[in-house]
Design a protein around this ligand. Structure first.
Ligand SMILES: C[S@@+](CC[C@H](N)C(=O)[O-])C[C@H]1O[C@@H](n2cnc3c(N)ncnc32)[C@H](O)[C@@H]1O
Length: 258
C-alpha cells in the first residue's frame, strides 16, 4: 500500500514552502553538513547530481569540497529551484524519473528528499545515472523521527500520523537491490525543542509538506477536544528546554560497482 501523499499535492506544498524554506530548514542544513563530512576522502567526481536540491543549500558546500566538479540540481518545485543563488544546471524534474541519460554523474547526492519518494524507484534511478564506480550519498529521516508526536497521537486515536519513515535495515537492503555495493549506514538522533505544540507543528509544516500520512486526520482539521488531548499528552514529554521533537537522521553511502 502506498502511504505517501499524492505527488501533485506534495509538489504544491513545496511550492508554497519555498519562500520561507531557508529560514526553517535547520535540521536539513545540519544533516547536509554531516553528509558532506562523511564523503570518502578520495572521491573526486567530475559531475555531481543534487537530487531534490530545494533552494540549493548544498550547492555551495559541494562547490567548496569539489571545486572542479560540474553540478546538476534537480527538483520538482520550480519555486525551490528559482531560489538557488548561482545554479550551474538547474532542472525541473522528478527524482523518481530523472530527466537525465544513463551514467552522467560521479556523485549522486540527496539530502532529506527520499522520504517523499518510493525508495526502490529513487535508488534505481540513482544507480542508472551514476557512472560505474560512482558514489551515492543520501540522507533521510529514519523510523525514530517524530516519535514524540506518534506517541502523543497514540493517546487520541489509532491512526499512524506520520510518514512511513524508513529504517537503516530497509535502506541497506533497498540499496543492494538497486545494484549498489558496500552500503554504509549511520543513524543518529537530532532533537529540537519548541515552546508549545503549535510552534512545533508550524516548524514541521514550514519546511514543506506536513509529513502527515494521507487519508488520516490532519492536526489542522482536528476538533478542539482532540487537539487539547494531544497537547496534554505532548506536555507530559516537556523538558527544561521545551517540547522535544526527535529526528532520527540516517546517512547512507554506497558505490555503483565498476
Ligand atoms: C526537505 S526538502 C530538502 C531540500 C534540500 N535537499 C536541502 O537539503 O535543503 C525536500 C525537497 O525535495 C523535493 N522533492 C520531493 N519529492 C521530489 C520528487 N519526487 N522529485 C523532485 N523533487 C522532489 C521538494 O520539492 C523539496 O525541495
Amino acid at each position: 500500500m502506498n502511504l505517501l501523499p499524492a505527488k501533485a499535492r506534495l509538489r504544491q506544498s513545496f511550492e508554497k514552502a519555498a519562500p520561507g524554506y531557508d529560514n526553517a530548514a535547520k535540521v536539513q542544513r545540519w544533516v547536509a553538513t554531516r553528509l558532506v563530512a562523511g564523503l570518502p576522502a578520495t572521491l573526486a567526481p567530475a559531475v555531481i547530481l543534487d537530487a531534490g536540491c530545494g533552494t540549493g543549500f548544498a550547492q555551495e558546500m559541494l562547490a567548496l569540497r569539489f571545486p572542479a566538479a560540474r553540478r546538476i540540481a534537480v527538483d520538482f518545485s520550480a519555486a525551490m529551484l528559482s531560489r538557488i543563488a548561482r545554479p550551474e544546471f538547474a532542472l525541473a524534474g522528478d527524482v523518481e524519473r530523472l530527466p537525465l541519460r544513463d551514467a552522467v554523474a560521479g556523485l549522486y547526492w540527496s539530502n532529506f528528499t527520499a522520504q517523499w519518494c518510493a525508495l526502490d524507484i529513487l535508488l534505481k534511478e540513482a544507480h542508472r545515472v551514476l557512472w560505474p564506480n560512482g558514489a551515492l550519498a543520501l540522507s533521510t529521516p529514519g523510523a525514530g523521527t517524530f516519535r514524540e508526536l506518534a506517541e502523543s497521537f497514540a493517546s487520541i486515536d489509532h491512526y499512524s500520523h506520520t510518514l512511513p519513515f524508513t529504517t537503516t535495515g530497509t535502506l541497506q537492503v533497498a540499496a543492494l537491490r538497486a545494484g549498489f555495493e558496500n552500503p554504509l549506514l549511520h543513524a543518529e538522533p537530532c532533537v529540537l525543542h519548541y515552546k508549545d505544540l503549535k510552534s512545533l507543528m508550524r516548524a514541521i509544516k514550514s519546511v514543506g509538506a506536513n509529513q502527515i500520512a494521507p487519508g488520516q486526520r490532519h492536526p489542522g482539521l482536528m476538533g478542539k477536544t482532540a487537539w487539547e488531548k494531544l497537547e496534554a499528552a505532548y506536555e507530559t514529554l516537556r523538558t527544561p528546554q521545551g517540547l522535544p521533537l526527535t529526528y532520527e537522521v540516517i546517512l547512507c553511502y554506497a558505490r555503483k560497482p565498476s
